[in-house]
Design a protein around this ligand. Structure first.
Ligand code: AR6
Length: 187
């Protein structure tokens, strides 16, 4: 399964590069400093150009970075998307340190920023499953479950929520999670 519909929103899985997505918004797997890093964060700043870091610095000056589970929005610079939502997922520490709820909040707060900006389509990477080591199987269920709940709660707010997976392995893990979500939440 590669896509489902919930509350008029298509939730889809693709293999690809987050920086090349044609959605209104792309989401960055940032850190609390908002000053850049490796992985998705490095790729987004490289593709979008220095304007993104400049806006991140302004946000830092105004509110002192971004806490884990929260999200902020900047321009997308030279990327096709018009905005970047920077969110900070939790660092995996075994699962009993609030990681699940913090990951859910990262997705939910990002989706709410997109909705409040009246933008219609958004692409997410697999937040926290790289440098932050959250197990992909569990992260996929959190990501997809949060998206389905959001789409139902805010019916018609977004047209598409896309998850962009960087490897075939991650894509197949997310496909399996989507099957599970389909059976447990949509059945
Ligand atoms: N497009 C889509 N997915 C990607 C891309 C890309 N261009 N590049 C990597 N991935 P990570 P995290 C995948 O480490 O775990 C940074 O240094 C990657 O294979 O980017 O939330 C930040 O500054 C993995 O599956 O994010 C933070 O310090 C997933 O995206 C920290 O890493 C997330 O990997 C955040 O760590």
């Amino acid at each position: 399964m590669s896509q489902i519909t919930a509350g008029n929103t298509t939730i889809s899985l693709v293999r690809g590069d987050i920086t090349e997505q044609d959605t209104d918004v792309v989401v960055n797997a940032a850190n609390t400093s908002l000053l850049g890093g490796g992985g998705v964060d490095g790729a987004i700043h490289k593709a979008g150009g220095p304007q993104i870091l400049e806006e991140c610095r302004q946000i830092r000056a105004a509110q002192g970075g971004c806490k884990t589970g929260e999200a902020v929005m900047t321009t997308a610079g030279q990327m096709k998307a018009s905005k970047v939502v920077h969110t900070v997922g939790p660092v995996w520490a075994g699962g009993s340190k609030g990681e699940y709820i913090l990951l859910e909040r990262a997705y939910d707060n990002s989706l709410n920023l997109v909705r409040k900006a009246k933008l219609k389509t958004v692409a997410f990477p697999s937040i926290s499953t790289g440098a932050y080591r959250f197990p992909t199987e569990q992260a996929a269920l959190v990501a997809l479950g949060t998206m389905v709940r959001f789409a139902r709660k805010h019916e018609g707010a977004l047209d598409e929520i896309r998850l962009v997976l960087f490897s075939d392995t991650d894509l197949s893990v997310y496909r399996k999670a989507l099957d599970e979500v389909q059976q447990t939440m949509m059945g």
